[in-house]
Design a protein around this ligand. Structure first.
Ligand code: SAH
Length: 415
């Protein structure tokens, strides 16, 4: 019993109940903490799982009841509180006394910290991007200017639907947002990840006639950043792929508003993956092209000739409305009639539907299957691979004539 004397913590892992009890009792009588493995009733201390972002350390305890759950939670916390928090902790430690001297009113100081950490100011963002000198300068300016951090915008790509396809940076931006301006395409599961206090504003727009909406979006961006808010501008897919992210940045630059950009998984990449269609499988394609068919009528003949290249995969956005123009022009410029076409409707979402046709049958098949927006069209030899490589959601419906032929042949053989 005296072996424990002088210790601060004793761990008993003998697996023998009487010995463990004796150790617990000895620790108790010496006033020492004891961890008795797999016996939370006897333990006066449990060993939590730890997320170490020194100087920040987070311990997760299940009081010894479910270490596997603690590991699971740790993985989630690790994703949320990434390495950059350590950097932020050291930065704030360096500045703490200077901030205290510069802002003597406690409530004002708290406001400054909230704003710094919610991501509204550029300081935290600079620290995280590994630019300590610039962060120090920004902090000096901030304190000199009466410590009112300016608003900023984070332009974030939300990916095509599955929340698991968000980047860690996107998640962090959502969790530090004061305001989220989101497109209609962004799924509710993703919006649920926004900071609870954040105001969600839908600035939805569908294909066609959204120039008025664009002005309204700019106005909202200006109003909220003027109040010092961190505004997350959340767009489906990637903001720079048919997403008007460029126009919004031009507006922000002209208005002198700070911004960050977080890329997202664009619909072509997400839908192809979730439909089992490798966009550049080398047996079928040498290149992939992201095309918007929104204004198909305006595409000049030369471009159609390039689009008709048999070794190029086309990922066509907003193609449902102009499908007959697209297929007609591709055929007219020499793309083979039997070229596979896959429709991926609601890609990367539980209701995903994949329908495979050919260039000649695509219009009929789309009508028969009532293909709806949002759908991505994949044109090219690779589109057929979705028939065999699919793994997510419902099995694809394959309408290609040779497919039906193959099925008939099997039935004949069986008969
Ligand atoms: N910036 C977005 C594209 C916006 S344009 C991105 O990078 O993905 C909108 C078009 O994208 C839709 O008409 C559709 O063609 C495609 N799209 C977006 N999300 C989709 C999804 N989950 N499934 C299928 N197509 C999608």
């Amino acid at each position: 019993a005296d072996d424990v004397a002088g210790a601060r913590l004793v761990v008993a892992a003998t697996g023998i109940t009487e010995v463990n009890r004796a150790v617990a009792a000895a620790a108790e009588s010496h006033g020492i903490l004891a961890n008795i493995v797999d016996d939370s009733a006897l333990s006066t201390a449990t060993l939590g799982a730890i997320v170490d972002r020194s100087p920040i350390v987070i311990a997760i305890s299940t009081e010894g009841s479910a270490p596997a759950l603690a590991r699971h939670i740790r993985a989630r916390v690790e994703a949320l509180v990434d390495e950059s928090y350590g950097e932020l902790g050291r930065f704030l430690a360096r500045w703490r006394s200077r901030i205290k001297d510069a802002i003597t009113v406690v409530a004002e100081r708290r406001r400054l910290y909230d704003a710094l950490l919610d991501g509204a100011g550029e300081v935290a963002s600079l620290v995280r991007r590994g630019r300590p000198t610039a962060a120090d300068e920004a902090m000096t300016t901030l304190l000199a200017s009466g410590a009112r951090p300016g608003g900023r915008v984070v332009l974030v790509g939300a990916g095509p639907g599955d929340p698991g396809l968000l980047t860690l940076n996107a998640l962090r931006a959502l969790q530090s947002a004061d305001v989220v301006l989101h497109d209609r395409l962004v799924s509710p599961e993703i919006l649920k990840l926004a900071r609870r206090e954040a105001e969600l504003i839908e600035v939805g727009k569908s294909a066609g006639g959204h120039s008025v909406a664009q002005d309204a979006i700019h106005r909202l961006l200006r109003e909220h950043t003027a109040r010092g808010h961190c505004v997350v501008r959340l767009k489906g897919g990637d903001p720079f792929v048919f997403g008007r992210g460029g126009e919004e940045l031009e507006f922000l630059r002209a208005a002198g508003i700070d911004y960050d950009v977080v890329p997202g998984i664009t619909a072509a990449v997400g839908c192809a993956a979730y439909a089992g269609i490798p966009l550049t499988h080398r047996d079928h394609a040498e290149s992939v092209r992201f095309v918007t068919a929104h204004c198909a009528a305006q595409i000049p003949p030369n471009d159609w000739r390039r689009l008709a290249d048999p070794r190029e995969t086309l990922a066509i956005y907003m193609g449902v409305g102009t499908l007959s123009d697209v297929t007609r022009e591709l055929l007219r410029h020499g793309r083979a009639p039997g070229t596979p076409v896959a429709f991926v409707e609601n890609g990367c979402r539980p209701e995903q539907r994949v329908v495979i046709a050919t260039l000649t049958t695509a219009v009929d098949v789309a009508a028969r299957e009532a293909i709806r927006s949002p759908s991505l069209l994949i044109v090219g030899g690779v589109a057929a691979l979705g028939g065999t490589l699919h793994w997510y959601g419902a099995a694809p419906v394959d309408h290609r004539p040779d497919r039906r032929g193959a099925r008939d042949a099997v039935q004949v053989a069986v008969a």
